[in-house]
Design a protein around this ligand. Structure first.
Ligand code: TPP
Ligand code: SF4
Ligand code: MG
Length: 249
């Protein structure tokens, strides 16, 4: 007898995807939507949209959304959450958005311990605008603005946002997961749900980095991009839970 093994999360609309083939943004979005369903929050969640490919969720998200200017999602989320503390508020930002133009906003919101959740899709490039170097671009990674590979002498080193944010006193939960293989996807699913649960309990700022890809601007097939993540991205951006105040040491 046929058995149903998959259902579309309630928070996602029945639309064909506009993301490039093999992009991990839709998987990240689905994991967030699954967690929101499991927590029974699909009518209560507010998705703060940034600028970048993650903002394509504008077409797929069924629930309430709030648009923010480039990098300003944590500031917009702060205002919304403070005025409507019972809503489940999350921002879903790319690395150009969060670690470049929005660096001050994410650091300040984390440092204040604002009670919302930030999901950070780190694909080590500015995907939407054509694959320019981001603060998270790896040393040696070729982008449209680092034709010979990123060079630390002229552009510095890739920023590790989980490590930086976890040094602050206020954040309650800080973790990084890689979405290129099933093990990391399963861990991410649990971490995403945990972060949202902590927010519902009023614990404060929660931050989940999701290592993703951009096969289109990386100039790779989807499978090559997953291998690139395994051999290049993951050794530098080491997955793990960097802070969890709910777990006693
Ligand atoms: C104020 C402002 N500056 C620049 C841009 C152009 N812009 C649009 S998306 C983007 C980069 C997004 O990169 P990232 O946040 O890493 O998201 P990705 O597309 O890689 O998921 C930039 C610079 C803009 N829309 N607004
Ligand atoms: S440009 Fe990159 S990040 Fe944007 S949808 Fe395509 S593969 Fe995904
Ligand atoms: Mg990016």
């Amino acid at each position: 007898m046929a058995q149903k093994i998959y259902s579309r999360p309630k928070s996602l609309m029945p639309m064909p995807s506009g993301f490039c083939p093999g992009c991990l943004h839709p998987l990240a979005t689905k994991l967030i939507a699954d967690a929101i369903d499991e927590l029974g929050q699909n009518n209560n969640a507010v998705h703060v949209l940034p600028v970048g490919c993650s903002a394509l969720n504008l077409m797929y998200w069924r629930g309430d959304m709030l648009g923010a200017a480039h990098g300003r999602a944590p500031a917009a989320a702060t205002g919304f959450k403070r005025s409507a503390p019972d809503r489940l508020v999350f921002a879903y930002q790319g690395d150009g958005d969060l670690a470049a133009i929005g660096l001050a906003e994410i650091m300040s919101a984390a440092n204040r311990g604002e009670n919302f959740t930030v999901f950070f899709a780190n694909n080590s490039t500015y995907g939407m605008t054509g694959g320019q170097m981001a603060p998270t671009t790896l040393i040696g990674q070729k982008t449209s603005t680092t034709k010979y590979g990123r060079d630390a002498e002229t552009t510095g080193f890739p920023m590790r946002m989980c490590e930086i944010i976890s040094t602050l006193d206020a954040p309650y939960y800080v973790a990084r997961f890689a979405l290129n293989a099933p093990k990391g996807v399963n861990q991410a699913k649990k971490g995403i749900k945990k972060a949202l649960q902590y927010q519902l309990e009023g614990k404060g700022f929660t931050f989940v980095e999701l290592l993703t890809n951009c096969p289109t601007t990386w100039g790779m097939t989807p499978l090559q991009s997953l291998d690139y993540m395994e051999t290049n991205t993951i050794p530098y951006f080491i997955p793990g839970v960097y802070k969890d105040k709910g777990e006693k040491a």
